[in-house]
Write a protein that binds this ligand. Sequence first.
Ligand SMILES: Nc1ncnc2c1ncn2[C@@H]1O[C@H](COP(=O)(O)OP(=O)(O)OP(=O)(O)O)[C@@H](O)[C@H]1O
Length: 497
Amino acid sequence: MKPAIEAQDLTKTFGAVRALTGGRLSVARGEIHALLGANGCGKSTLSKIIAGTHAPSSGLLSIDGQPVSFASPRAAEEAGVALFYQELSLIPQLSVEANIFLGREPRTATGAIDRKLMRQKTLALIARFGAAIGPGLRPEARVSELQPGERQIVEILKVYAKEPRIVIMDEATAALDSRQVAVFFDFLREKRAEGLSTVFISHRLAEVFALCDRITVMRNGETVAQMPVAETTQEEVVRMMVGDIHRPQKRQRTAPLSAPLFELDNATGDRFHNVSLRLAPGEILGLGGLQGQGQSALLRGLFGISPLRGGTLRLNGSPCRLRRPAHAMAQGMGYVSGDRVSDSVLQGRSIYENLLAALVMRERKLWLSPRVLAPRLTAEAASLKTKYARLSDSINTLSGGNQQKVFIARWLATQPRLLLLDDPTKGIDLGAKADLFALIRELADQGVGIILYASEEAELLDNCDRIAVFNGGAVVTELSGATLDSFHLTRAAFGET
Ligand SMILES: Nc1ncnc2c1ncn2[C@@H]1O[C@H](COP(=O)(O)OP(=O)(O)OP(=O)(O)O)[C@@H](O)[C@H]1O
């Protein structure tokens, strides 16, 4: 029998970015096939080519033995391929059934929407999830009224309403609870028995081993292996995802470890739960794991941007509740995000004003003497090798890397004791990255506590003393010493401890 999907040597470039250099995938009819790899290895790009969202730069794709080149997702759907989108595509104001059948509503002989048939079909789809969904998930309910897990189920049902023969499930279980996951897996097994093929992308290895028949592993834009689940182990799969193991050079710590500066117990918030962490002055604690597992949300919670809903925080042994960034700043905390445009830039303002922002907020004064401050701020900016002509120039004249140096220097002016860094080097060049990390290590040596989330694992491994690894909003393990390497980091990121 011809494979349902046969992808050979697919490549895709976006401008200068080579997202996919050698994508290969062979999926049989009636198979659940896992597609695994670390963040950015090219899984989504390969999936989107198969589902008609992207056209490949080169390579061959066949569906059911027929070479295809889809001009659009609609063309792929007509060939029986449907993709589950990680980014929720539902319209909150519309009902469940209107969302599920949007643009493909069943019609009567006169061309009107056949509401009775649409209702019946929706009820039949919902019934497949049976007891795992609450009474809220009804055909006429508005999507805005549903729980996150129920919304994700509607997104899944929308895929199956297209009556596909090939389905790509990209992180489809992220918002489901364990009961919903169990029912969903039974549903996928039933579909497999009906001859449907599923490509299953997940950040939980245990799920993959419980559900899938074969595994394809990708690394750095390439397919590196394919094998039956029964002939491999989780350990072997992690080794294939990681490739050469990256072991960091040991950071030479000069600040002695003392009593904890920061003690967090059972913190719960929007995208994380029961997180407990410790940090001594002078320590760099990394937050690791795949993207979007609660790391950034925790940092925003700690800084009072979206306050913690539960748990306790102590700074230097004293309990504190940080409900606003002003509270966090009063406690000597600073926060720098890699999302410069929405979190940091005072648009159109001078470099001087941008440097001054944190100090003004902390001192609660609208005017601070430029004569006194300008030399100090100039020194902070210089310590980071920030390249600019005059402090009075607009911040918008600087490159992303130099802007980011200004935003770190902004906090240095407040002499923080704890710095929260949320993927601070996003989108900046290698030279600026090296300058930033040299400074971060220097600050730690002076006794500042640092909590760093970085989407690039090498940045974490090379700079952190310990790494708390997140999966699904919880810390699954903490790495230090001999376990501080890319193998243990990837293994924990996929839920294996
Ligand atoms: N539209 C785009 N423009 C530019 N670069 C892109 C685009 N889409 C993806 N990339 C880049 O291509 C690489 C592969 O990305 P892709 O999303 O396929 O990886 P992934 O394995 O699915 O990762 P994740 O698990 O994070 O979704 C990454 O470096 C990504 O930044």
